[in-house]
Design a protein around this ligand. Structure first.
Ligand code: EPU
Length: 357
């Protein structure tokens, strides 16, 4: 099914809830629709933008071109062994529904990515990540429609140039060439939990679960004292941690982390740590660390900042929220104030994770 709507509101397609318009919105439900869409006179040779749920987009003005949205559905095992399941998912599935589907069936590997807003296609483009897991850790291959060649292509995940919130599909040369139609994920049927990030262990202990010794790094958990950790418990714990500090975009418009966590050479971090002993970090490799931008923003005095209805979310300063009637301009101005404050205080340039359109 293909549906063309002229002068369409993009409010349903951006979690900030901004009322930008698209000259033409094209919604479709099958990969076979794509060659037809791109052969259509209304679409041919016009700028286009493919969106998912828009959980990482900031429409700075109306889009004078074609906005595409995929409704390709389906979550189905492509093959299974005793240990591993290969799962094929349509780009238009909601990511969290895939997480729930896997948890319900005892498939391990994406439970820590529970409750991330957005759709499967965008997860593959953005390489979503949380609580020690990233999309790329389970991705095997991405099926795309190649707009230039007018054909479907399968790209191995190892060729997708996956990095921190980035991929081949975000590179300017490929952004408007490949449209994700399906992803192939590899999930484990063996109990393997990832508990190392932040307060996951503390949250599990609080809920009465036992942590086996050496439960670091994807080792099976054995029951010692307390309840045995289950996949459902893991998902519920992640959802609870997120709900406690991240605003629900259905209640208050936002796009999750507005900025990326900056990656610094260890030497720079060590110098800053001399001055700010409580500055947190995550190891990236032997020479680099990632510093939480939320912490930098809070410590730059931005916790209470707002421009109109665009405000910093005080429980997690990395998130900017629309408290009601914020305009794109309010959000842009607030983001600029924050970048400046962090630069001034720490000499670090933070960059948006959100894509300005
Ligand atoms: N912190 C503060 N003040 C704040 C926010 C955070 O001091 O206002 C401190 C926290 O106390 C903690 C540290 O910063 O010590 C890290 O905070 P948190 O665990 O919330 O993670 P994050 O680094 O702020 C990243 C991702 C999130 C992801 C979480 C969990 C980025 C840009 N963000 O946030 O992803 O859910 O880790 O893994 O990498 C997203 O991309 O939209 C997103 C929400």
């Amino acid at each position: 099914m293909i549906k063309y709507t002229e002068n369409a509101s993009l409010r349903p397609y951006n979690t900030f809830g901004l009322n930008a318009k698209a000259a033409l919105l094209v919604e479709y439900t099958a990969e076979e629709d794509l060659p037809l869409i791109f052969a259509d006179e209304r679409v041919k040779n016009r700028p286009f933008l493919h969106v998912g749920e828009g959980s990482n987009l900031l429409f700075t003005k109306d889009f004078d071109g074609v906005v595409l949205h995929s409704g390709i559905r389906g979550i189905k095992p492509a093959s299974q062994t005793e240990d591993v399941v290969l799962l094929e998912c349509g780009a238009g599935e909601k990511w969290d529904q895939v997480c729930e589907w896997c948890v319900d069936r005892g498939f391990y590997g994406i439970e820590n990515l529970s409750a991330i807003p957005g759709e499967v296609g965008a997860a593959a483009v953005q390489n979503i990540g949380a609580y020690g897991m990233e999309f790329k850790d389970v991705a095997v291959a991405i099926s795309v429609y190649d707009v230039e060649q007018n054909k479907n292509v399968i790209i191995s995940a190892s060729d997708c140039q996956y990095g921190y919130r980035t991929s081949l599909f975000k590179q300017p040369a490929y952004r408007n060439r490949f449209i994700v139609t399906h992803v192939l994920l590899s999930l484990s049927r063996k109990a393997l939990f990832l508990l190392d990030y932040g307060n996951i262990k503390a949250a599990l202990l609080e809920r009465g679960f036992s942590l086996a010794q050496g439960s670091d790094k994807r080792k099976p958990i054995r029951n010692l004292r307390g309840k045995q950790i289950t996949l459902h418990a893991m998902r519920e714990t992640i959802c609870a941690i997120r709900a406690a500090k991240l605003p629900d975009p259905h209640v208050m418009g936002n796009a999750g982390s507005f900025f990326k966590n900056p990656i610094l050479p260890k030497m720079v971090y060590d110098t800053l740590k001399g001055e700010y002993p409580d500055m947190p970090m995550y190891e990236v490799d032997d020479t680099h660390v990632k510093v939480p931008a939320g912490w930098l923003i809070e410590r730059s005095g931005c916790k209470e900042r707002h421009v109109g209805d665009a405000t910093v979310y005080p429980l997690q300063c990395l998130v900017l929220v629309n408290r009601g009637h914020a305009s794109a301009n309010d959000i842009i101005q607030l983001a600029a104030l924050i970048v400046e404050a962090v630069q001034e205080r720490f000499g670090i340039k933070i960059e948006p994770e959100v894509n300005y359109i």
